[in-house]
Each structure stands twice: as C-alpha cells, then as structure tokens.
Write a protein that binds this ligand. Structure first.
Ligand SMILES: [Ca+2]
Length: 289
C-alpha cells in the first residue's frame, strides 16, 4: 500500500463522480435527481415553476422539470415556465398619433362681392344666397349634371323654397349638415356677407345665387371643401356665370322657354371671353373667424 494510491482511493470514495468523468465535464452538464440533463426535444414537461410559497425560475422545480433560461434548449421546461418566468414583453410603443385633422368645427364668414356691370340690363341684382354645408356624398349641382327641380326654380326665378326643401331632405338623410341662407344683393355690383358654422365631418360648401334678370343663369360654388391638408382654409373663389340648362332663353330678359329635356349645367356662353375663358363677375371669400 502506498500513500499516493491510498490518497487517490480516498478521493474516489468521497467524490465518486470525479472518478468516472473529468471534473470539468461534470460541471458543464447540469444534472437532475434522475441523472444528467440532456436534450429531450419536448416543448415542456408536466410540472410547475411555482408552488404555493415559492417560484423556481432560476433552476429546477421540485416536480423535476426546469424553469431556467436553458430549459428551452434542453426541452425540459415546466409547462408553465414561459408564463411564470419569462418577463412580460415590452409593450409596443404607442404609434405616433395621426395628424389631427381639421378642428371638429369652424366658424366662417363668407363675403360675396359682385361686380356685374353689363350695360342695358334693367334692374340688375342677385337673388338670395342659398346652399349647404355637406359631405362629399352629395352634389347639389355640378357642371355636366342636370339641375334638380329645386335648382331649376332657383336658377330661373331666384326662389329658394324648393331647393331649400331638397337641402333639408339631405340634412335629414345625413349627407348634409346645415342650410346656408344669405340675403340677395339689390344691385349688380354690390356685396353681402354672413357667418356660418361648419363641421369637419361635413366640410364642403355649396352656395349659389341667381343672376337676375336672366333665363336660368346663376353663380356659385359646388362642393368646395374648406378642410384641406388637415386644416381649415380661407380663400377666394371667382364667380363664373353658369347656365342651368332648363330654359332656352339667350338674353337677360327673354321670355320663359322651358328646355325639355333639360341640357346639362354648363358655363353660360354670354360670359365667356373671346378666348373661351369664363369672365369673373365677382368673388366669394371664405374667411375662418
Ligand atoms: Ca339656359
């Protein structure tokens, strides 16, 4: 018996695993009560990473399954390891807010400034303004379209009742928001103005007035949005003279001559320049207040 051997035998008795495998390997491979930990190729094992009074996220559950960060690689995670031990994912950052869009409502003043000065026309004037604030889902008139019955009355007589009823029907149906009514202008080259509220969910303006006297001629706007680029805008529109297509008279004071069937609404030829460009007879200026 030699001392060195006896020493080695004693070491093996005290620390048996060191005799079967190099010490370094034994430290690299975690072991369970059942033996070495190896890849199981499973998603999880029965058991829990928590008991009534403890959690086992840094290591092994008393049930035998594991709760540590390596358990996914080994395939020996407890079935609730992800729920119990993985930190809550960082919440998604709040997306940048979309551009706000136009304020929900805006107040405007419209200044109607007319300068119709055709000589030799008796009693030149402009009939009462009528229109609406509305959505893009409704057109009260359009170039190339046909005049409604109410629009025909407005363009031929200046009367606003039937067109007002049509506008109120669209308000009731939800495609228009409010009726716009302004005074007439008792001369060809006078002015008038009024204020109105408009809402971002019905941001378009239609506003018309009959040129009087005339067979069926009028000025105005058709569905101009005052909300552009997410902002309420102010601006000026030139007033061109349109023919409603419902009366065939060609002079200011021509007798009634119903056009049946009606023509499409278009620019009135009497108010085109030699080059065919519409001549402005005034302006409508919309100013946000
Ligand atoms: Ca006409």
């Amino acid at each position: 018996m030699t001392r060195p051997f006896a020493t080695a035998a004693l070491l093996c008795l005290v620390a048996a695993p060191a005799c079967d495998a190099p010490v370094e390997e034994a430290q690299e491979t975690p072991t369970t009560a059942q033996g070495e930990r190896g890849t199981l190729g499973k998603a999880d094992l029965p058991g829990s990473c928590e008991s009534e009074d403890a959690v086992f996220c840094e290591g092994q559950s008393p049930n035998g399954c594991w709760c540590d960060a390596q358990c996914r690689d080994f395939g020996d995670c407890c079935s609730d390891a992800a729920d119990i031990c993985e930190p809550e994912p960082e919440p998604e950052p709040e997306p940048e807010p979309e551009p706000e869009g136009c304020d929900p409502t805006a107040t405007y003043r419209v200044d109607v400034d007319m300068n119709w000065t055709t000589a030799g026309v008796p009693n030149r004037h402009w009939s009462p303004l009528i229109g609406a604030t509305h959505t893009s889902a409704v057109d009260f008139w359009s170039v190339g379209g046909l005049a409604t019955d109410g629009f025909e009355v407005m363009a031929e007589t200046g009367g606003t009742g039937p067109l007002r009823a049509e506008i109120e029907a669209t308000i009731a149906s939800g495609t228009a928001a409010s009726l716009l009514i302004g005074s007439g202008i008792p001369t060809g080259d006078g002015a008038t103005s009024f204020e109105f509220e408009i809402a971002a969910d019905a941001p378009e303006v239609t506003l018309v007035s009959m040129m009087a006297p005339s067979p069926d001629w009028f000025v105005g706007l058709a569905g101009v949005s005052l909300c552009q680029g997410n902002a309420w805008i102010s601006g000026t529109a030139q007033m061109q003279v349109f023919d409603a297509g419902t009366d065939s008279g060609t002079t200011f004071t021509a007798p009634n001559a119903d056009t049946n069937p009606a023509d499409a609404i278009g620019l009135e030829p009497l108010f085109l320049s030699n080059g065919g460009q519409p001549v402005s007879v005034g302006t409508m200026t919309f100013t946000r207040l």
